[in-house]
Write a protein that binds this ligand. Structure first.
Ligand code: FBP
Length: 406
């Protein structure tokens, strides 16, 4: 096992553990990145021994994270379930174009946000919901396709699955589903919070409104600010299937090896370029945007912005696809507020906050223009939020324009 001296010193303390658990891999302690709140001090595996055939699988990565950070052991169980659910969904999305699949088109129902649900919205929601429930680690779930959060601890049916109920999951099972019938990339977005165990319902002793209040307390466990996120991930269903996650100590990307049936580490410690020349908005709404943003985007269009670069435009219309490209190539993705929708279109809880956590951990910034998206306290589950995220220097240019306009 190769060590650098400084690591050797750092390891000294834990080498006892290492010797006690000889399989323990070399460690590199991920130190506090002072600039970012909720960046965690996690021992991140170095993974210097890699099997040429399999590479570093997501399972191995999470396993080694748990060996080094035992307090995260239950989280790895959760990611095992999410891993399987995403593989099931990528198969479904890929097969959906086949006449025999009958999974394209609308379900004929409307969700609480007034959106026509696609059949695959409903199916993928069930797949993820069940996968998470069966881990026994969930307290409450909230999904784009569920009108209200689901309490998994206090209902008879789920009690059998409720091992610890340690976590809360918020998710968008099929982001960009308006594109799925055309085979355009779509994705799954998920955020994990700690569950406040003290919100246990005592339906023996509570009566009437008191029960409703206790239930409400439990369900409001989902309404946590992004800075409380324990983990966030997205899965992109595209030419390849990508799984990108953060546990608060950097952002890591995995690609599905279809032969192996495993996600394999392909993008360790992703870092978004600080400056770019790509913008990604639904520019049909430009005329309705805030004046500061219109001014900055005009500068990017004609090459008179801060970087002097003339930007090009890329827009898939699936947040996961547009953010994935932005993380790799740099750029700015956004769905800002406008005169028609002051809070834009994207949902804070299961789109904005998880994707902002991943972006920030890759060195990017995510803002409304005036506020850090991660710090916004959600008031209700399907709350929308203006989002502009991406390369540090370009987003700072936007924030400076908003600040100058105040
Ligand atoms: P859902 O498909 O999950 O509702 O997500 C919303 C979304 O499709 C985002 O993925 C995407 O960024 C945006 O809406 C596209 O909106 P528009 O079609 O107005 O540009």
């Amino acid at each position: 096992m190769k060590f650098s001296l400084c690591v050797l010193i750092a390891v000294a303390a834990s080498s006892a553990d290492a010797f006690m658990a000889p399989k323990a891999p070399a460690v590199r302690t991920s130190l506090n990145v002072a600039s970012l709140e909720n960046t965690r001090v996690l021992k991140v595996p170095v993974l210097d021994e890699v099997c040429e055939t399999t590479g570093v699988t997501l399972k191995r990565y999470m396993n080694e994270v748990a060996m080094l950070n035992p307090e995260l052991t239950e989280l790895t169980v959760l990611f095992g379930a999410i891993d399987t659910a995403c593989k099931a969904i990528t198969n479904m999305v890929k097969r959906s174009q086949l006449p025999s699949s009958e999974t394209l088109g609308y379900q004929g129902e409307v969700n609480i946000q007034g959106e026509d649900q696609k059949k695959l919205d409903v199916i993928t929601n069930e797949v993820l919901k069940r996968a998470l429930r069966f881990t026994g680690k969930m307290g409450v779930l909230a999904s784009e396709e569920e009108d209200v959060p689901l309490d998994l601890v206090n209902t008879e049916k789920d009690a059998i699955f409720a091992d610890t109920g340690k976590y809360v999951a918020v998710f968008d099972p099929l982001d960009g589903s308006s594109n799925v019938d055309a085979g355009i990339p779509t994705g799954t977005i998920i955020g994990i919070y700690d569950h406040d165990e003290n919100c246990a319902m005592d339906d023996e002793s509570c009566e009437g409104d008191e029960c409703a209040q206790q239930e409400l307390n439990c369900l409001s466990n989902t309404l946590q600010a992004g800075t409380n996120l324990v983990a966030a991930a997205y899965c992109l269903y595209s030419s390849s299937t990508f799984f990108v996650l953060t546990l608060g100590a950097g952002t890591y990307g995995f690609t599905l090896d279809e032969n192996l049936g495993e996600f394999v580490l392909s993008h360790p410690n992703m870092k978004i370029p600080e400056t770019s020349s790509i913008m990604s908005f639904n520019e049909a709404n430009t005329h309705m945007w805030d004046e500061p943003l219109q001014k900055v985007v005009k500068g990017w269009r004609d090459g008179t912005g801060k970087s002097g670069q003339q930007f090009s435009s890329r827009y898939i219309g699936s947040m996961v696809g547009d953010v994935h490209r932005t993380l790799l190539y740099g750029g700015v993705f956004g769905y800002p507020g406008d005169t028609k929708n002051v809070n834009g279109k994207l949902r804070l809880l299961y789109e904005g906050a998880p994707m902002s956590f991943i972006m920030e951990q890759a060195g990017g910034i995510s803002t409304t223009g005036t506020k850090r998206v991660m710090e916004i306290q959600p008031e209700y589950v399907h709350q929308r939020v203006p989002i502009i995220m991406g390369s540090k220097n370009d987003i700072e240019e936007v924030m400076e324009a908003y600040a100058a306009a105040e």
